[in-house]
Design a protein around this ligand. Sequence first.
Ligand code: CTP
Length: 448
Amino acid sequence: MTKVITYGTFDLLHHGHVRLLERARSLGDYLVVAVTTDDFDVARGKINVQQSLAERMESVRETGLADEIIVEEYEGQKIDDIQRLCIDVFAVGSDWVGQFDYLKEYCDVVYLDRTEGISSTQIRSEKKRMRLGLVGDVSFLTKYLSESEYVNGLDVSGICARHPERLQGPLRDLGVVTGSLDELLASVDAIYIASTPSEHFEQIKQALERGIHVLCESPIALDLNDFEELEAIAHKADVRLVEAIRPAYSTAFKRLCLLVKSGVIGKVTSVDATCTSLIEGIGSSPEIPAGVWGSMGEWGPIAMLPVFQMLGTDFSDLHMVSRRFETSRKLDAFTKADFVFPDAVASIIVGKGVKSEGDLVVSGTRGYAYVPAPWWRTDYFELRFENPANNRRYFYQLDGAGIRNQLASFVRMAESGTRTRYIDPETSRAIVRVMSDFVDGRNVTQIA
Ligand code: CTP
């Protein structure tokens, strides 16, 4: 019996795929089809895959051409599969010519002509494109614009800033450049908000009421009632309100949370997260430049994410200690928040005028997780134990500082109508609760 194997993503199965499978099958008596996992695709730069692994495997199964379907999870797996499954022929489309010649040592390698004029990428890009508007004055909006190029089905079409005339570079060339949110909302399907936290509520409300999806930097609101109102509007209008805390969309951070929750480091007893970045310009004059936030405004929600995702939101005690910039008295230069949970503690340190090591440590009864600085942009973490021989290191691909995955997830959520969230509403609620305490000075000690 001649056994043939072929590999692919097989997203939105099309006749190019079917023709390839038919010809691969005719090369032998038994066809094994290996379908890539979502992670493996992300790791090789395919972030736009629309269907889940289960759906893609099901489509391959429905063709009736595969005798066996397996999963491709990691680089270098092909040699192992070929040896393990006693494969005689490796077949793949001609877009890969030459790239798998190294397998000739193990079996025959056949490149089949690719079917012209069709690809998953093409099908994905023909779907209706989402027009995204940017809101805010921060310079990293340029990064959102450049990262959007990698996301299928998304066009950044306009920007609303407090000072549109001060915008730099490609942001100035967008179709709509305005100081009026109303004008921007008239020409987009979704917005990404990176304005100051105090502006979020009104801006989100205006967008949701017009049926526009919202991706917003956290906190979504500075008051729990406002948050609940926005949630209700989004629900009623059946549009997505998504919090833009970047690590929540990164594979490394998601895996870390799952591992910790599965008990590998025992019972979690302490979560300690630090995020700092010194910023020029504030602290030297009483005037606060547009788009500049204090330590809690910029870093608080990010630092709170691992706390609430790993320990839940049922904290009984919260105490914050904060110091303001000497001149810009409205902004905090440094804040430390300590949380007490029924069976654990957590602390976050955030700074815009104080620098520290930006790592994340999760301490458990059997070991601890260590994510080196800058933990919020990590592709790597370690689990460490009493016996160093048991330590484990984990690496995952992270492209575009986490923005790319976040935008791709947002488009998918809006398109599919799914209410699944990367940040659960309880976590969002807890963040709003802490931020509102901070803004109102509850549970806060000011130091000089
Ligand atoms: N294939 C083909 N003809 C096409 C498209 C794909 O023969 N028009 C083959 C590929 O060469 C590969 C297999 O089908 O051997 C699976 O390809 P996959 O990457 O899943 O499909 P694409 O349509 O190329 O996907 P994408 O656009 O996301 O790269």
